[in-house]
Design a protein around this ligand. Structure first.
Ligand SMILES: *Cc1c(COP(=O)(O)O)cnc(C)c1O
Length: 417
């Protein structure tokens, strides 16, 4: 892939400089609309800004119909700037500040997802004298999940209220005039690639929600079933079979919706909606040999793309890496692709097959639209945040300026001596 929507990536690199993140709005749209068509209409899709909080990326998904799931005051503002309606925004996450809670109340968002009894009491105090605020209680389920590298259920966690403690917290909420419990939320894990696991998790959350409703008498205006839909990055991984996932999930949803026609259902999606749309573009600055290994040293590395380190079990696993300039498939060779950091761990790809790489060539780390720069140590060696470019309707737009030396230096204070 050397072009995006007909635009040569080499020209974009000349125009915007490297390294940069390149997003394709057509891929964002096709991913969203395909999933939207497959899934039961009762299931509302909310975009988790955490995966990629760029305001223009967010706006694409909001335009397509996604709600917003935010986890910080700035994400709340980003979602609003991207056009997300307050009634289609939820706020969740541990350690919310008073300021963030107040901003949610002032904006009148659909629901605040409360993570603990103390948070519930704090929110009640903050809304004192005003109309009660709509709350979903996040549950830390007693059942465990399969298929996720980051399991969230059945363990001690800083997230949510343990299922066992749920009735006691509901009893507390009954005495808090500022709180109106509207339902429950659960999130069981991320990057799940097996469709049966997502069906299993969704069924588990819905069963639990119904049980909590019966046991505690809470209203189920909304149930947020989480999500965690995965994208394959590494060799030996297969993409999620979304059709099979949708078939299974829809069955479970249809059954629940028949029994609870008044309940609105939410699925939260971060990675799945944005990962495929993004490519991290770097330019090779040096090609060198060291003790039998050939290194392609690029102008960007794990400082912008920590996930590409891909440490899993004992072997390093590679994101898909492609040559983006001239592609001479006849001369494939093996390269270790590294970045500009002074650490041997700054490896984007180990033993990558690429056509003869020369200084000045462009390389792209694909499937990189999620958890890129925001989940990376962008200030390491003071390189700063990369540029971000979104191609929309055949036109490339700069959607984030790269950090300049001034951006980084102006924040630091030199003590006068
Ligand atoms: C991170 C997170 C998400 C998004 O997860 P993805 O795996 O990127 O879809 C959704 N909900 C919660 C509660 C999260 O913490």
């Amino acid at each position: 892939m050397t072009h995006v929507q007909g635009l040569p990536i080499a020209e974009l690199a000349d125009e915007f400089g490297t390294p940069f993140y390149l997003y394709d709005a057509d891929v964002l749209a096709s991913t969203y609309t395909t999933l939207r068509k497959l899934l039961h209409p009762a299931l509302e899709l909310y975009y988790s800004l955490k995966a990629n909080p760029n305001v223009s990326v967010c706006a694409e998904l909001v335009d397509l119909g996604a709600g917003a799931e935010v986890s910080s005051g700035i994400e709340l503002r980003t979602a609003a700037a991207a056009g997300a309606k307050a009634e289609h925004t939820i706020f969740l996450g541990p350690g919310k500040s008073d300021e963030e809670l107040r901003a949610c109340v002032d904006a009148g968002i659909r629901a605040i997802v409360v993570e603990s009894e103390t948070e519930l009491r704090r929110l009640d105090r903050l809304v004192a004298g005003r109309a009660p605020v709509d709350v979903l209680l996040r549950v830390n389920p007693s059942f465990s999940t399969k298929g996720s590298g980051l399991s969230m259920g059945g363990k001690p966690r800083q997230f949510g209220i343990d299922e066992e403690d749920f009735p006691a917290v509901v009893a507390v909420a009954a005495g808090l005039p500022g709180i109106r419990i509207r339902g429950v939320h659960a999130y069981l894990g991320t990057r799940i690639l097996n469709h049966a696991d997502i069906v299993h998790n969704t069924a588990g959350v819905l069963r639990m929600a119904d049980e909590l409703r019966r046991r505690c008498g809470i209203e189920l205006e909304t149930v947020d079933v989480g999500g965690g839909l995965g994208v394959a990055y590494f060799e030996n991984e297969a993409d999620l079979d979304v059709e099979a996932m949708a078939t299974g999930v829809n069955e479970v949803i249809a059954e629940f919706a028949a029994a609870h026609p008044e309940t609105r259902l939410i699925m939260e999606l971060g990675r799945y909606l944005v990962a495929l749309a993004g490519t991290y573009v770097v330019r090779v600055r040096d090609v060198k040999r060291s003790r039998g290994e050939t290194f392609a040293v690029a102008d960007g590395g794990t400082n912008h793309h920590m996930a590409a380190v891909g440490i899993g079990s004992f072997v390093k696993r590679n994101f898909p890496i492609r040559a983006l300039s001239s592609v001479d498939e006849s001369a494939m060779s093996t390269y270790t692709v590294t970045g500009p950091l002074c650490t041997p761990n700054d490896v984007l790809g180990k033993r990558v097959q690429l056509p003869g790489v020369e200084v000045g060539d462009l390389l792209g780390v694909e499937r990189s639209g999620a958890y890129g720069p925001t989940a990376s140590p962008v200030q390491f060696l003071s390189h700063g945040y990369p540029a971000e470019v979104l191609v929309r309707a055949g036109v490339a737009h700069l959607v984030r300026r790269r950090d300049t030396a001034e951006d980084i230096l102006d924040r630091q204070l030199l003590i006068q001596r």
